[in-house]
Structure formats: structure tokens, C-alpha cells
Design a protein around this ligand. Structure first.
Ligand SMILES: Nc1nc2c(ncn2[C@@H]2O[C@H](COP(=O)(O)OP(=O)(O)OP(=O)(O)O)[C@@H](O)[C@H]2O)c(=O)[nH]1
Ligand SMILES: [Mg+2]
Length: 379
């Protein structure tokens, strides 16, 4: 599963990316710092079933820390967007292609209003403008691609659009359904816009990270206004605060549980001052918001499922005797057969069914996986 971070330039996309992946990337207070996309691995947290079964897991792909499993997904941070990008302005279309590799999107906005549409310093800039601009640019670019398509009937049209948009990861089913709904063969401009909008809301779901909450006046008022204007989920956060604690954690200065941190090593005055600022932010907001952002996107908006595949339904081990070594994120409608594909093409080829290890019962082949399920694939 892949998540893309998009948004106007200088809002804190790379800061969020770094806080989530701990990859070394460039962050700076100027427009267009990122040009080529940054790619890395981020994690969503879920309770490890080990304590439920009084077992100790042997993590392989998904680390386990204090009973919490860190389940990996891919994250991509792309260049900042400016008005006119769909027509080649700023860094142009390239970033749009990069962003569309993703199955789900995080749009970062600067809710403080202290940077404007060009990424420069400002006062009271309305981030609603950026949300409209980003939506408009993506839609204009996709509509432009679809407009080139010619076809004789709906079936040919669906295939041609699918080919034209290949690499952007739209589902064929969505395209077919959209053509039916909006009677696209007439290629009327209004219908085309509705069709693009349908593709985007169906296959590119998005959450909005309201970043820089730490320097925002009247955060609640601003959130309320945005929520009244748009249908998206808005999560306030401070990518910079999260990054500062993660850096301190990496150097062994603090222990951090996602809500609070504890200083566990001698630090100098400068480090203490920096951490004091973060402690105040945590006191005020309860958390940096970054975990909430990921959880909302993965489990509420995308309805993705974390699943633990095993080979022995009693011992909950894989073929090498390791207890629940792997955890995978699967799509909302993924079935045990899809899980078999994820584990290994050989396993998928020999797939004979699946067992829910909690109940010991066979799972119907077409039944979507539940979140947190432990599944044995029968081969
Ligand atoms: N106060 C505050 N500043 C932040 C926060 N997140 C990022 N910043 C600052 O915002 C500036 C831009 O951060 P970047 O992460 O480089 O922004 P970007 O969106 O990747 O920018 P481009 O790659 O140029 O499009 C930097 O000076 C960051 O330190 C935050 O949560 N709070
Ligand atoms: Mg950047």
C-alpha cells in the first residue's frame, strides 16, 4: 500500500515525511525545496495479538515495541504544487504523476496562514484556497488526459481511458461505473468534470493534515471553518514537533509512546529548551497529531485491514516456527485469496482456503478480511 503526501509548496510535506519515515530529506523555509520525490517506509500502529494468546511474537517485516506492532506501508513525498501546475507551471505535471502512484493521499496545508499560495511569508492566508487549488489542478490534469481519448462505444471508451490513465492507479471498475453514471460517450465538458471528480473521490481518497498547529492562532475556529466548507477529514498536527521528538528518540535521549515522552539520558540546555517547547505542545494538544492522522487515513478513510498470516493455526507460527512474524496492510475489500497473493505467488497458486485462527473456522473465500485477523492459508 502506498500513501502520497501532496500540497502547496512550503507547507511542511517533507517535514511530515521525515517524521514518519526518519529518512534524511531536505527541509527548508523556502518554496520548491523538494524536486524529485522522496520515498520511504512509514508505519501504522496496531496492538500485537501476542498478549491475547500469551505468546511472544518474532517480528520479521513489522517490528513489535512494547506490544505495539509497527506495520509498514510505502510513503512518497512529492514536489510542492502551485496554481497552473496542470499546464506546466512551477514544477509542472511530473509531480502529479509521482503523486498518483499512491493509493491514498495526505494533503498537507499550513493552517497557521503564515505562508501564502507561493510559499512565501504571509499573515492570515486562507488555506481553503490551497485545497481548492490542489483539487482543481489534479482534476484539470486528469480531465486533459481523458479528453484525448476517442472511442466508439462504452466498452472501448473504458479501455481507452484505462490505458490513458495507466500508471495513475485508477481501477477499471471505477472507470466503467463512472462512464455509466455520467453517460460519458457524449464527452460533454460538464459530464467530463463530474466523471473526473468521481474517479478522484472513488480511487484517490484524501485526508487533510492541518500542519503547523503549534503556531496557529484560533486553531479551533480555523478547523471549524474548514470543516464547514469541505467534506474532507481535517486533522490538526505539528510535523515539526513530531520530528523533534523522533530525532531525540533516535539519539536515545527520550522514550516516546506517541503521546508523552520521558527524558532518559543526560541532555544539554539547548536540547532541554527544544524539548520543553515540544512538551508544551503535547500538553496543549494531547499529541502531535501525526499518529491520529495515519490512523484516520488507514483505518477510517481507507478502511484498510492489518492481517497476520501464519502457517500453523494452533501455534500461530510460520513455516519456520516464528510466531506471527509478518503483518500486512490489505485493501478494504481484500479476501484471503488476496492475502495468499501477498504472501507468495506459490501460496496463491496452491490456495485451497483459509482459516480464522481465533475461531478455528474456515473463512468464506469471498469474505473480506477483518482488521487484526490472524489467518492460516490452506495450501
Ligand atoms: N512551526 C512549524 N513549522 C513547520 C512545521 N512543519 C514544517 N515546518 C517548517 O516549514 C518549512 C517548510 O517545510 P518543508 O517540510 O520543507 O515543506 P515542503 O512542503 O516539503 O516544501 P517544498 O518541498 O518546498 O514544497 C520549514 O521551515 C519547516 O521547518 C510545523 O509543524 N510547525
Ligand atoms: Mg518538500
Amino acid at each position: 500500500m502506498k500513501v502520497g503526501i501532496i500540497g502547496r509548496t512550503n507547507v511542511g510535506k517533507s517535514t511530515l515525511f521525515k517524521a514518519m519515515t526518519m529518512e534524511e530529506v531536505e527541509i527548508a523555509d523556502r518554496p520548491f525545496t523538494t524536486i524529485d520525490p522522496n520515498r520511504g517506509i512509514a508505519y501504522v500502529k496496531i496492538k500485537c495479538p501476542e498478549s491475547e494468546f500469551k505468546l511472544k511474537c518474532n517480528p520479521h517485516n513489522a517490528p513489535c515495541i512494547d506490544g505495539i506492532r509497527y506495520v509498514p506501508f510505502e510513503l512518497i513525498d512529492v514536489a510542492g504544487l502551485v496554481k497552473g501546475a496542470s499546464k506546466g507551471r512551477g514544477l509542472g505535471n511530473k509531480f502529479l504523476t509521482d503523486a498518483m502512484e499512491a493509493d491514498a493521499l495526505i494533503q498537507v496545508i499550513d493552517i497557521s496562514g503564515k505562508t501564502n499560495e507561493a510559499g512565501e511569508k504571509a499573515e492570515n492566508y486562507d488555506p481553503a484556497e490551497d485545497i481548492r487549488m490542489v483539487k482543481g489542478e489534479i482534476a484539470a490534469w486528469i480531465t486533459g488526459l481523458i479528453r484525448k481519448v476517442k472511442a466508439r462505444d462504452d466498452e472501448e471508451l473504458a479501455l481507452s481511458i484505462y490505458k490513458e490513465l495507466s500508471g495513475l492507479r485508477f481501477r477499471y471498475e471505477t472507470i466503467k461505473e463512472g462512464i455509466k453514471r455520467f453517460q460519458l460517450h457524449r464527452l460533454d465538458e460538464d459530464d467530463l468534470d463530474d466523471f473526473t471528480s468521481y474517479l478522484l473521490t472513488s480511487d484517490k481518497k484524501m485526508i487533510i493534515a492541518c500542519n503547523k498547529m503549534d503556531i496557529t492562532e484560533d486553531l479551533e475556529g480555523k478547523l471549524k471553518e474548514l470543516r464547514s466548507k469541505f467534506d474532507y477529514t481535517f486533522i490538526p498536527c505539528s510535523a515539526e514537533a513530531e520530528l523533534t521528538i523522533k530525532e531525540a528518540e533516535r539519539h536515545g535521549f527520550v522514550r516516546y509512546d506517541g503521546k508523552r515522552f520521558e527524558i532518559i539520558k543526560e541532555i544539554n540546555k539547548q536540547q532541554r529548551d527544544a524539548l520543553d517547547i515540544i512538551a508544551k505542545i503535547l500538553d496543549k494538544f494531547g499529541s502531535t497529531g501525526v499518529d491520529t492522522l495515519i490512523n484516520e487515513l488507514v483505518f477510517k478513510i481507507m478502511n484498510w485491514k492489518v492481517v497476520f498470516p501464519v502457517a500453523d493455526e494452533k501455534k500461530l507460527t510460520d513455516s519456520q516456527g516464528r510466531v506471527m512474524p509478518d503483518a500486512y496492510i490489505m485493501a478494504a475489500d481484500a479476501t484471503p485469496k488476496d492475502l495468499a497473493e501477498k504472501v507468495h505467488t506459490e501460496v496463491a497458486k496452491n490456495y485451497k482456503g483459509a482459516i480464522d485462527c481465533r475461531t478455528g473456522l474456515k473463512i468464506r473465500n469471498d469474505k473480506p478480511i477483518d482488521n487484526g485477523q490472524i489467518i492460516k492459508i490452506i495450501v
